[in-house]
Design a protein around this ligand. Sequence first.
Ligand SMILES: [Zn+2]
Length: 350
Amino acid sequence: MPAEPASFDFSPSVNHRLLMEHTPRTMAFDGADPAAWRRRLRAKVAELLGRRPAERTALNVRSLWRREAAQGTIEKIVFTAERGADVPAFVCLPAKARPPYTWAICVQGHSTGMHNSIAVDREDNSVPIDVPGDRAYALTAMESGLAALCIEQRSFGERREQVQETKSPSQCQVAACQALMLGRTLIGERVWDVDRGIDYLLGRDDVRADRIGVMGNSGGGTTSLFAAATLDRLAWAMPSCYFCTFAASIMSIRHCECNYVPGLLTCAEMADILGTFAPRPVVVVAGQKDDIFPIGATRQAFDELQCIYAAFGAADRCRLVVGPEGHRFYAAPAWQALFELIDGVTPRPA
Ligand SMILES: [Zn+2]
């Protein structure tokens, strides 16, 4: 008599869930020596993100165009992050502020790319488009008086795979898997590009070096969080629609291949990782109805984050902004919360 199929654990995820629930996280925050913990976990996260390029190659900045917009001046550039990896970027200077500026490094998630950050067509940057979900980050940043450096992330937009033999149905699959074979991760490579963006900014004369931050939604939130956890030159971070628990999000709901870091969950959960950014200001943005980063787990993780920030005497330097809809950015309350944290004031958009 054959047994009922349901009595067997055939699904790999069932085994993984048990492992996840019963594997201790070796570097979870325990409150014993916060400064030493922060140092150790930041180093560990950097290690797990994989091998970094051996050298910082010349940025070789090239300017493609420059134009005036209602919110300020926008220039398109290309810089070289490492050999064989050129990065298109928009450099956005706000009309309503004077240099030196506070800068936001803006990264888009799984979408058609960074053209959304300034609401123009990807193929013809002179054509305006409508961008839903407040994803024209750079425009709202400029309206709030911030300068923005919008970086195209690897596998998205103008950096989507172009080689026919290595194209895949999902945007990131081949690049993410190739990176693993090379001892890297796609997240680590994207964080490297942010790091090189900081190099670019620090070569300009209109930058407040102590006020460079990073922000982005979804896959941009991922990069923002891991950049905050590993790049010491960042002063603030605003990950949107990513911060949650790994257990309730990328380990329980189907997510893109680019979200996975080998071994990470045996060391720490997401609150620990972002907690290593303490005491620097962080605004976590979330959607009440986000179905891939459930709000209940986000609130639970934020409580843990606040405990870590409190241990560094900075409980008031992390904020949670929850918008009423789903997986999107919420510009007005997010920028307001950020300004309250870094300036103690509420900006008045032009
Ligand atoms: Zn991806």
